[in-house]
Design a protein around this ligand. Sequence first.
Ligand SMILES: NC(=O)c1ccc[n+]([C@@H]2O[C@H](COP(=O)([O-])OP(=O)(O)OC[C@H]3O[C@@H](n4cnc5c(N)ncnc54)[C@H](OP(=O)(O)O)[C@@H]3O)[C@@H](O)[C@H]2O)c1
Length: 292
Amino acid sequence: MKVLVFGRGGQLALAMRDQGTGAGHAVVCLGRESLSIADGTAVADAVRAHAPDLIVNAAAYTAVDKAESDAAEAYAVNCDGTRHIAAAARDADIPFIHVSTDYVFAGNGDRPWREDDATGPLGVYGASKLAGEQAMADLGPARSAVLRTSWVFSPYGANFVRTMLRLGADRPELRVVADQLGRPTAAHDIADAILLMAPFVADGSARGVYHFGGAEPTTWHAFAQAVFVSAARHGRPVPTVHPIATADYPTPARRPANSVLACDRYLALPGAVLPDWRIGLDKSVDALLTAG
Ligand SMILES: NC(=O)c1ccc[n+]([C@@H]2O[C@H](COP(=O)([O-])OP(=O)(O)OC[C@H]3O[C@@H](n4cnc5c(N)ncnc54)[C@H](OP(=O)(O)O)[C@@H]3O)[C@@H](O)[C@H]2O)c1
C-alpha cells in the first residue's frame, strides 16, 4: 500500500514512517518545509501527484499553551488544514485517517469519554482540533475516520518522556501534577492502530470517530515515576517525584482533569488491542538514552 502522510518531523509522522515501512508499505511523508497543510491548493496537488492508497494527517499545531495567544495559526493548521486534506481525499476517493485529541473534551467527571459524548474544549488547541473534526464531518468524505488519542510520547520531538529524562538527569527531586488522569500512548502504537484501521476505512466498515490509547490510564505523576523506573535500567538515578495539584502548576491553557478515552469502539475492530504503554515507554527510553 502507498501511504501519504502529512507531517514529516513530528512524533506521529516519524512513527508512521517507521511502522509503515517496517510493514512493507511505501510511505511518503510531506513536511511543512515543502508543503503547509494550510495551503489547500498545495494539498490537493500533492494528493493528485502521489495518488496514494491511504492518506494520514499527522500534521498539527500541537503547542497547547502557545495556541492561546496564536489562535489564527492554530485554526489555520488544525481546522483549515484538516478540511483541505479531507476535501482532497473526498475528491479523489482515497481513504483518509485523521488524528485528533482528548483535549476536545472538558475533562469533568470520572467516566471515560466515549466518541459520542458532548465535547467542550478548555482551550484554543482543543477547540481548533474540534473545528477540524467538524470541518471534516461537514465535507463527509465517504471513506474516512478520526482517531482521537492522548498523551503521545516517542523517541522523537518534544514530549513528556524526553522532558522527564532531561530534568531527572540533574535534579534529585521533581514536582509533577497528580490530579490529571489519561492514557499515555506511544506514537508507534498509534501508527500501528492506523495501519490496522486502514483496510476497514477503505472498505467502508469503519468510519466516524474512534478513541485509542495505552491500555491503563494513569496520572502524569505516576507516568513520571514509570519513566524513571525505565531509565534506571540504564543506570540513571531515580529522583523523588512529589505529587502536586494542577492548581500548583499554572499554565496558559487549562488541561482536562479526566482525559481518559473509552476505546471500546476501536477494540471492536478485528485484531484490535490496546497496547501496554510501559512496553512503548521502555522502547522510547532505550532509544533516547542510547542516542548519545
Ligand atoms: N502530542 C500529544 O500529546 C498529542 C495528544 C493527543 C493528540 N495528539 C495529536 O496527534 C497528532 C500527532 O501529534 P504529534 O505529537 O506527532 O505532534 P508533533 O510532534 O508536534 O508534530 C506535528 C507535526 O505537524 C507539522 N506541522 C505543523 N504545522 C504544519 C503545517 N502548517 N503544515 C504541515 N505540517 C505542519 C509539524 O512540522 P514541523 O516539524 O515543521 O514543526 C510537525 O512535524 C496531532 O494530530 C495531534 O493533535 C497529540
